[in-house]
Design a binder for this molecule. Structure first.
Ligand code: PLP
Length: 391
């Protein structure tokens, strides 16, 4: 028996594999602090759960319209119009299985074999995987610590060719927590327009922001018609297991998104969509409280890491990850992460799980309790004290 040849080109998300490895170690009795998982440790707020339960009891258990229930499409359009600063009509909104669904449909709908797609490096590994899967060519755009993990615009210019079709942006970013400024986005928008690129703007961490403003590139002049916005409920509302995301697309892409939804999932779970309506239209204090707690954890982990010789960590403005450089310990990111789990019981990801650029980095998620973060910091300090090669 044989697989289709395109299966040779599909990648993966090593966070899930790292989590499985950490759990296997745990099953042998070892205490592990999990800093590999990119999901809020909070429960979904009670009002959202109650709305979904109510919908179940009211019999909202049938197929929904493929693009989403009208109430949710309207709530998303209204929310996006306010928070992202562009006029969004409900017809442009497609409810998807996770934010990941948006990635799949955007890349399926737009990338032809041989098309080049600019992807952030370090960046979420599924962009690259899906581009390759469709026969496209991912072109890494390096994001460097020295530049606050923002795009280097001069470098970006040199990477655009006549084959470039799409540019993927992710701000606030996984894995670095970096945030693009309004000025960055204005210059990127000018390039996208000049070279007729489509932008896939992954804004899934848009509300997990500690400093500055969240700017959607789609709100800049000339960009709404060439931007696919990816957003969702997983991170903002601690709803990772619900698998609920959404796309906001220009009118010319609506047909394609509809067809791809019908061909893949038919629609997203109907009663869950009622929970999502409550998420957007109900009180937002749970989101504010979660972001305030993430901020305290960010400061705890950044200060703790910077107190360890050989580790340098920026203070990210968004998301819930830190991406420290650990080359001062004499180890590569991959060796550091492997040994940290085996020898100190802290599960982290190598920077190279996010592309080829960040060999000297690891990613730690601080979506974990302050007590566990403290425990992890103590273990990292002891581990580094033991293994570090003095410079
Ligand atoms: N985009 C980025 C940058 C992410 O980090 C993630 C999840 O980790 C997603 C999209 C996918 O989100 P969802 O769980 O809603 O599919």
């Amino acid at each position: 028996m044989r697989l289709a040849s395109r299966m040779d080109r599909i990648g993966t998300e090593t966070a899930f594999e790292a989590a499985a490895r950490a759990r296997a170690l745990e099953a042998t009795g070892v205490d592990v602090v999990h800093l590999e998982i990119g999901e809020p440790d909070f429960d979904t707020p009670a009002n959202i759960r109650a709305a979904a339960k109510r919908a179940l009891d009211e019999g909202k258990t049938h197929y929904a319209p493929f693009a989403g229930i009208p109430e949710l499409r309207a709530a998303i359009a209204a929310d996006a119009s306010v928070r992202k600063g562009l006029a969004v009509s409900p017809d442009q909104v497609f409810v998807t299985v996770g934010g990941k669904g948006v990635m799949l449909y955007a890349i399926e709908a737009l990338v032809e074999p041989g098309d080049e797609v600019l992807v952030p490096d370090p960046g979420y590994p599924i962009y690259e995987s899906l581009v390759r899967f469709m026969g496209g060519v991912p072109v890494p755009v390096p994001l460097r610590q020295a530049n606050g993990f923002r795009l280097d615009l001069a470098e970006l210019r040199t990477l655009i060719t006549p084959r470039t079709r799409m540019l993927v942006l992710n701000s606030p970013a996984n894995p670095s927590g970096g945030v693009l400024t309004r000025s960055d986005l204005e210059q990127i928008a000018a390039l996208a327009i000049a070279h007729d690129l489509v932008v896939l703007a992954d804004e899934i961490y848009g509300r997990i922001l500690y400093e500055g403003e969240h700017v959607s590139i789609a709100a800049l002049p000339g960009m709404a018609e060439r931007t696919v916005i990816l957003d969702g409920f997983s991170k903002t509302y601690a709803m990772t297991g619900w698998r609920l995301g959404y796309a906001i697309v220009p009118e010319w892409l609506a047909f394609a998104f509809g067809r791809l939804l019908i061909n893949s999932v038919s629609c997203v779970a109907t009663f869950e969509q009622w929970g999502a309506v409550e998420a957007l239209t109900g009180p937002q204090d749970a989101v504010d409280a979660m972001v305030a707690e993430f901020r305290a954890r960010r400061d705890l982990i950044v200060d703790g890491l910077n107190a360890i010789p050989g580790i340098r960590c920026l203070r990210p403005a968004g998301a819930f990850y830190v991406f420290p450089e650990i080359s001062g310990t004499g180890l590569s990111g991959a060796d550091f992460a492997n040994r940290l789990l085996a020898e100190a019981g802290v599960s982290a990801l190598a920077g190279t799980a996010f592309g080829g650029v960040s060999v000297d980095h690891i990613r730690l998620s601080y979506a974990n309790s302050q007590a566990n973060i403290r425990k992890a910091l103590e273990r990292i300090a002891t581990f580094v004290g033991r293994v570090a090669v003095p410079a």
